[in-house]
Design a protein around this ligand. Structure first.
Ligand SMILES: C[S@@+](CC[C@H](N)C(=O)[O-])C[C@H]1O[C@@H](n2cnc3c(N)ncnc32)[C@H](O)[C@@H]1O
Ligand SMILES: Nc1nc2[nH]cc(C(=O)O)c2c(=O)[nH]1
Ligand code: SF4
Ligand SMILES: [Mg+2]
Length: 242
């Protein structure tokens, strides 16, 4: 039987999950190449811009799992699937193969493409994009993603906030999905260029935005939202592969 290959940009770890529901927890990242969005402030353009597609190697699920096993020393831990948009890729077989060895899978996507294998994830993070990204949210597609994940997968929302319009977007999102946990992440206005393996970051500016966001959430008595930084950028700035 021939299996579909997955376009892989990078596999790295173990590191800690730097964002959202699993923040601080050990994980290995599998970053796929290719995205249907072009967010103005994307911090991972090397996995988005097709100018870099030569760096997205087609790999079988078996080859990916072998690399995961080497990196993890065979200890099954959480595998974070990100991108680009990993929902573009045929990841169902990798999830099943990894699950046989005890690995669990979390996936990070903007919620523009639903797949039936979302139901076999441990955690699905839907990260719809606010106005500052320049992208429009297709609410029907987002609903299809929530539906596809079903009751067994832990589904959470995470949205990036740069300004007042983004904040209003997040409030609207929360109203649409009052039962899903929502994580608010201050935006990094100094994302790396795709060529840079490391690049300067305005940490003071990001933390100032986080203080502004925290004040707003508290001032509005918005007690159901969780405000979190990108912990990996706090620790390593714009360094890639951490
Ligand atoms: C690079 S994306 C890859 C997965 C998927 N395409 C998505 O956007 O959810 C991973 C996460 O990083 C966030 N992100 C991207 N650029 C960012 C920036 N400049 N500041 C803060 N978060 C950012 C995205 O919103 C998303 O939640
Ligand atoms: N440590 C760490 N945590 C992350 N959480 C989301 C990431 C991503 O780029 O999708 C990411 C990443 O690249 N590194
Ligand atoms: S959807 Fe995610 S990977 Fe795609 S451009 Fe936006 S932030 Fe980058
Ligand atoms: Mg990132």
């Amino acid at each position: 039987m021939t299996l579909e290959t997955i376009r892989v940009n990078e596999i790295f770890g173990p590191t800690i999950q730097g964002e959202g529901a699993l923040i601080g927890q050990p994980t290995i990242f599998v970053r796929t190449g290719g995205c249907d969005y072009r967010c103005s402030w994307c911090d991972t353009l090397h996995a988005v811009d097709s100018a870099y597609r030569d760096e997205w190697l087609p790999m079988t699920p078996q080859a990916i799992l072998m690399q995961i096993e080497v990196l993890s020393g065979g200890v099954p831990l959480m595998i974070s699937l990100s991108g680009g948009n990993p929902a573009i890729q045929p990841l169902g077989h990798l999830i099943d193969l990894g699950a046989q060895e005890g690995y669990r899978f979390a996936l990070e996507t903007q919620g523009s493409i639903a797949k039936d294998w979302f139901a076999r994830l441990d955690v699905l993070t839907l990260s719809p994009k606010p106005p500052s990204s320049g992208m429009d949210t297709n609410w029907q597609r987002l609903a299809e993603c929530v539906e596809a994940a079903g009751p067994e997968t832990r589904t959470v929302l995470k949205t990036v906030i740069f300004d007042e319009d983004d904040y209003a977007y997040a409030r609207d999102l929360s109203g649409r999905y009052p039962d899903l946990p929502l994580y608010l992440q201050p935006g990094n206005h100094t994302p790396p260029s795709p060529e840079a393996a490391d690049a300067p970051i305005d940490m003071a500016g990001i933390l100032e935005r986080m203080r502004w966001l925290t004040d707003k959430v508290s001032g509005d008595r918005w007690y159901s939202a969780t405000v979190l930084p990108q912990l990996h950028t706090l620790l390593w700035g714009n360094l890639r592969g951490v």
